[in-house]
Design a protein around this ligand. Structure first.
Ligand SMILES: Nc1ncnc2c1ncn2[C@@H]1O[C@H](COP(=O)(O)OP(=O)(O)O)[C@@H](O)[C@H]1O
Ligand SMILES: [Mg+2]
Length: 452
């Protein structure tokens, strides 16, 4: 990248300084918040930016610790994180997970005059309250399933009697990916309503619920960066939520993902931007809410048309792993441009190859998991070309890496074609083992079928 281009990206304040001063200006201390595969991919990509001087990650994991200095502060300890960023003179903080965003970390950092990448607490309602998101969509005619919001269980059950099954019951608030039941029978739906509203299994997050129409179709997600005005579309992704091959078994945080998704044809991407992403940013702006950060639309393609299932306000995980593996732009400059509202200056740059991420999970996942199993084979993968092993639930114990959590690793591979990326990813997966390790053998199956 030439210096003139950098000037455009960084604004004109440094235009008349000499080259050394520019270099000094470009050297930054960056803090990434989170500890999953998504954050490892962010750290990995940020470490390739020439402008990054020191990279911290709170709390990070064993893999992240090889590239960034890990800091033992959990993502929900906003005051501690702020204190750390101040004392270490962090120039930019990048927030991975949703919880600190809904807790208002961006508002706190900005008030203290610190630069931070992520949405503020008002914008975070788009993920933090499904009722808020659904009403916003309804008001701004963004395609989504018909729905009714309930605060009272008796009324919800009466509505269920009227409507019957199948239907979808959703807890309003954050429920770690467990708050949605796609009910095929009335009994299942009733159970979900009672568990959320009477037994309060999701705490306050389930006191309000949504009952919505069950949609049929193929799921897809699209992420974009938004700087308040400009929508910078990222590539389409598909993830695999079910635990077992053939989309069977319980839902998980995600067993794998791939990008790009080409089998719907080229029109779909611009249709999503025009009918979903831009309208939601506009609708929020009308309410006085500036959206700066990642906008993630979870979609169902019904009869060729994108319909919104939900919005997230951060990178999807595992989707971020294949996505960032393909991003060839400078991530630091791109994220900074979001914060500084200069996204219109950034060129979208992608590796034309396909990327596939296979998630490896620990024994017991998605239920209660066993931790502390020794992971073998990681070193042998360092020599693998175009394979990135992103860590999630891992921890270093002496000279060994052990499991610590449900989703343990995301093995991400690039390939000239989808089948090649899939083959490379599984070849790498074959080198790794620990007791109780599980993974799906059919990640990318739809894209592979279409590529055949
Ligand atoms: N209206 C719907 N019709 C059919 N399936 C749905 C519907 N809404 C959600 N789902 C299914 O439930 C999953 C989780 O729902 P989502 O709204 O994405 O919530 P979360 O990710 O917060 O759990 C979706 O990925 C999809 O498989
Ligand atoms: Mg979802």
């Amino acid at each position: 990248m030439n210096v003139g281009w950098r000037w455009c990206l960084r604004g004109f304040a440094i235009l008349d300084t000499n080259a050394n001063a520019i270099n000094k200006e470009l050297i930054m201390r960056v803090l990434v918040i989170g500890s999953g595969g998504r954050e490892h991919a962010l750290v990995w990509k940020l470490s390739q930016s020439s402008g990054v001087d020191r990279l911290y990650c709170a709390p990070g994991n064993a893999g992240i610790g090889e590239t960034a200095q890990t800091v033992d502060i959990p993502p929900d300890k906003v005051s501690h994180l702020l204190q750390f960023a101040k004392s270490e003179k962090v120039d930019l903080t990048v927030v991975g997970p949703e919880l600190p965003l809904t807790l208002g970390i961006v508002d706190r950092f900005e008030k203290a005059g610190l630069k931070i990448f992520g949405v503020n607490s008002q914008a975070a309602q788009l993920e933090g309250s499904k009722a808020f998101a659904k009403r916003l969509m309804q008001e701004s005619r963004i395609p989504t399933a018909p729905f009714v919001v309930f605060n009272d269980m008796k009324q919800a059950l009466r509505y269920l009697d009227l409507k019957g099954a199948p239907c979808v019951i959703k807890a309003d608030g954050l429920a770690a990916g467990k708050g949605v039941t796609v009910a095929q029978t009335r009994e299942e739906a009733e159970k979900a309503i009672v568990e959320a509203m009477k037994e309060e299994i999701f705490g306050d997050a389930g006191k309000t619920i949504i009952i919505e129409e069950c949609l049929q179709g193929e799921e897809l997600s699209m992420m974009a960066l938004v700087d308040g005005n400009t929508v910078f579309p990222l590539a389409l992704c598909q993830d695999h939520k079910a635990l077992q091959d053939g989309d069977r078994g319980p839902n998980t945080g995600g067993m794998g993902a791939y990008s790009p998704v080409t089998h719907f044809g080229g029109e779909l991407e611009s249709e999503i931007v025009d009918t979903v992403l831009r309208p939601v940013v506009r609708a929020l702006r009308k309410r006085g809410i500036a959206y700066r950060g990642v906008l993630y639309a979870g979609l169902m393609v019904c009869g060729g048309r994108p319909t919104v299932l939900e919005f997230n306000v951060r990178f999807g995980d595992p989707e971020a792993q294949p996505l960032l593996a393909r991003y060839t732009g400078d991530l630091l400059l791109t994220l900074e441009a979001v914060v500084d509202q200069r996204l219109a200056c950034i060129e979208s740059q992608w590796d034309s190859r396909a990327a596939v991420c296979v998630v490896l999970t620990a024994s017991g996942y998605p239920g209660s998991v066993r931790s502390g199993d020794i992971i073998q084979g990681l070193d042998s993968l360092k020599a693998f070309k175009d394979v990135m092993v992103f860590h999630a639930g891992t921890e270093r114990k002496g000279d060994q890496v052990v499991t610590k959590g449900g989703r343990v690793l995301g093995v991400t591979a690039l390939g000239e074609t989808f089948p090649k990326a899939v083959e490379r990813a599984y070849e790498a997966v074959g080198k790794i083992r620990w007791e109780g390790m599980h993974y799906r053998k059919d990640i990318g199956h739809r894209a592979v079928r279409k590529a055949a």
